[in-house]
Design a protein around this ligand. Structure first.
Ligand code: ADP
Ligand code: MG
Length: 600
């Protein structure tokens, strides 16, 4: 009976070391998570200088040294036991968390899955303490000499959790995570000096910011981390409401990157990941951004800790506000105001919904009021732009002459000029057409229904073997664009139709050029094949500088440009158009001083 397995107790208390090992998995997923916890502890300890040393991207050694408060000999041992924390005493304290750590979990977790050596001394103590823990078990505790502050060595992370250790990514990947964590912490604490050394190489050496204002100090730190040029072009945000305050910087859209590497969000000083906050800010850029470009964001949000819950995630990287939706709207409009003040684009609109309306009214500025009627409607392939315009002829006799002037004209066969109410707009015809073709191509690739124009005389071309195979690989995309092709034996390709809207004369060699462009775009590894093909067709199919355009063509071009999601920039990021206001013109004429006149 005694041996009957059913009578054996089923629930057992786990050995503490095992419990810690399990909890460790939650807190420490990779070297970067340990780095985050150790740096946060150093910040909480009031350090003004924090040094991080890595070996093997953190999997052989993570060392964090600080000159903070240090620990007593008792605390130096106690800090490794679970839920040991000096930061929270009562449950009510959870309502008002001011330090970065509070769970008392990090050191216990790290020590459970590594070999840890702690050296620490309070400035007032004569001697320091050295504690060693191996896999959660105390392996040494003795007095030692140590500078004031704390130094923790974490060796062989996950040495006793092979599954985790094997799960680690390549050292370069792990290093990238550590470096991201390090940079976020450095950004959040500009008045603390930070350094990072990896396998004997100095990667970062950031001195303490000198400015007393936080946003100035932050700019110094951004400058040290991202370079002076990046720092100079940032648009400041600074706003407070009764609920929260926002301080930081937004990058200009033309400097947006292909990755989110320069996006840093903080809530109450803590680096956070929050898709919703990011979206609130980034959507404020509206049409200013290229697809898949990410503007720099270094944004600090401070809210009363009663309104914000930082306790939702074991690694404390996520946040929740008691009014998430309100926070979203607030952040969105704060970002919009900041970008508006920076005057990033003419006629900046207030909301996404208004944006399209705004774009139409902007377009309406240069449409000639038709003489026959007060209401003018341009109809364009199913999309209808109605522009209500009722010229009051009786009250504007001086405008009569203006109306007789051409409203659109072409300069040197490369720029399209048009009169705006507020001045002059100049389009780069090639950049504008590229934008139009690019967006059309993306739509066609999405729907698979690109419009096609039939060739009067279908043609056959012969490709070399690699090009032929490439064409086979991307055939679906190519047909979605509007090509009608037929792959024949002997690397021959029959072409009976090409996408509509490409420049006249381009049809014949279009496919060949498309393949060339596609291959050269492939060097940019960030492009997926759709993006590549859309860019390629835009490059090859767009009208060139030097092409003469008729008034109707120019009109159509502008109309189509303003139907684009992002009319202001080519996909390469260059402007498609610029605007010169009457004020600017007036100012230029006024700036000639009498002295200059005398010389002339
Ligand atoms: P938490 O930070 O959540 O309190 P940790 O496990 O990270 O939990 O740390 C436990 C305790 O050890 C801290 O509350 C703090 O008292 C002490 N401690 C940890 N690191 C340091 C350090 N670098 N300097 C001084 N004290 C530290
Ligand atoms: Mg901590």
């Amino acid at each position: 009976m005694e041996d009957d397995p059913r009578s054996a107790p089923v629930i057992r208390r786990m050995p503490l070391t095992l419990a810690n090992k399990i909890a460790a998995g939650e807190v420490v997923q990779r070297p970067a998570s340990a780095v985050k916890e150790l740096i946060e502890n150093a910040v909480d300890a009031g350090a003004s200088d924090i040094a991080l040393v890595l070996k093997g991207a953190g999997s052989s050694l993570i060392q964090v040294r600080d000159n903070g408060s240090g620990m007593s000999p008792e605390d130096a041992v106690l800090c490794f036991s679970r839920h040991a924390t000096s930061k929270i005493v009562r449950a009510e304290d959870l309502e008002d968390i001011r330090t970065l750590g509070f769970r008392g979990e990090a050191l216990a977790s790290i020590a459970a899955i590594a070999q840890v050596t702690l050296r620490t001394r309070r400035p007032t103590d004569e001697q320091g303490t050295c504690v060693r823990i191996d896999g959660g078990l105390l392996a040494g505790n003795e007095p030692c000499a140590a500078p004031p502050g704390t130094s923790i060595d974490v060796r062989n992370l996950f040495y006793n959790v092979p599954a985790r250790r094997n799960f680690l990514k390549r050292p370069t990947t792990e290093f990238r995570h550590v470096s991201d964590t390090f940079q976020a912490q450095a950004m959040a604490n500009p008045w603390i000096a930070f350094s990072l050394e990896s396998d004997g190489q100095k990667m970062f050496h950031l001195s303490r910011a000198r400015s007393e204002e936080f946003s100035d100090a932050l700019r110094e730190r951004i400058s040290a981390l991202m370079g002076t040029e990046q720092a100079r072009q940032l648009v400041p945000v600074q706003e407070s409401t009764s609920y929260l305050s926002v301080t930081g910087f937004l990058g200009r859209p033309e400097h947006a990157r292909k990755t989110r590497k320069t996006q840093f969000l903080f809530v109450n000083g803590r680096p956070v990941r929050s898709a919703s906050i990011r979206h609130a800010l980034v959507s404020a850029y509206d049409a200013l951004l290229e697809e898949r470009r990410y503007p720099a964001l270094v944004v600090f949000i401070t809210a009363d800790s009663r309104h914000v819950d930082v306790n939702v995630h074991p690694a404390k990287a996520e946040v929740r506000f008691d009014d998430d939706r309100g926070v979203y709207n607030l952040l969105h409009s704060i970002a919009r105001r900041a970008l508006g003040v920076a005057d990033l684009v003419p006629q900046y609109s207030r909301s996404t919904r208004e944006a399209s309306v705004q774009r139409q009214t902007w377009a309406s500025q240069f449409w000639a009021p038709p003489r026959e009627s007060g209401l003018h409607t341009t109809q364009f392939e199913g999309t209808q732009t109605s522009i209500v315009y009722a010229p009051d002829r009786s009250s504007a006799p001086q405008n009569a002459k203006l109306e007789e002037m051409p409203l659109l004209w072409q300069l040197h066969d490369r720029f399209i000029l048009t009169r705006l109410r507020s001045g002059l707009m100049i389009l780069d015809q090639q950049a504008a057409h590229e934008r139009i073709l690019y967006e059309r191509a993306l739509e066609s690739l999405q729907s698979g229904l690109g419009l096609s124009q039939q060739l009067l005389f279908p043609q056959y071309i012969t490709l070399n073997r690699p090009d032929y195979e490439l064409l086979q690989a991307i055939q679906l995309h190519v047909t979605a664009l509007g090509f009608s092709i037929e792959l024949a034996p002997g690397c021959r390709v029959g072409i009976s139709g090409v996408p509509s809207d490409v420049r006249t004369g381009a049809e014949k060699d279009l496919l060949r050029e498309l393949l060339e462009q596609y291959k050269s775009n492939e060097e940019d590894e960030q492009l997926d094949s759709r993006e590549n093909i859309a860019r390629s067709i835009a490059r090859c199919g767009a009208i060139r500088l030097g092409a003469r355009l008729g008034t109707e063509e120019m009109r159509t071009m502008i109309d189509r440009l303003f139907q684009c999601k992002q009319p202001y920039r080519s996909f390469g990021g260059n402007p498609t158009l610029i605007q010169v206001t009457l004020e600017e013109l007036t100012a230029r004429f006024a700036s000639v001083s009498p002295k200059d006149e005398g010389r002339g």
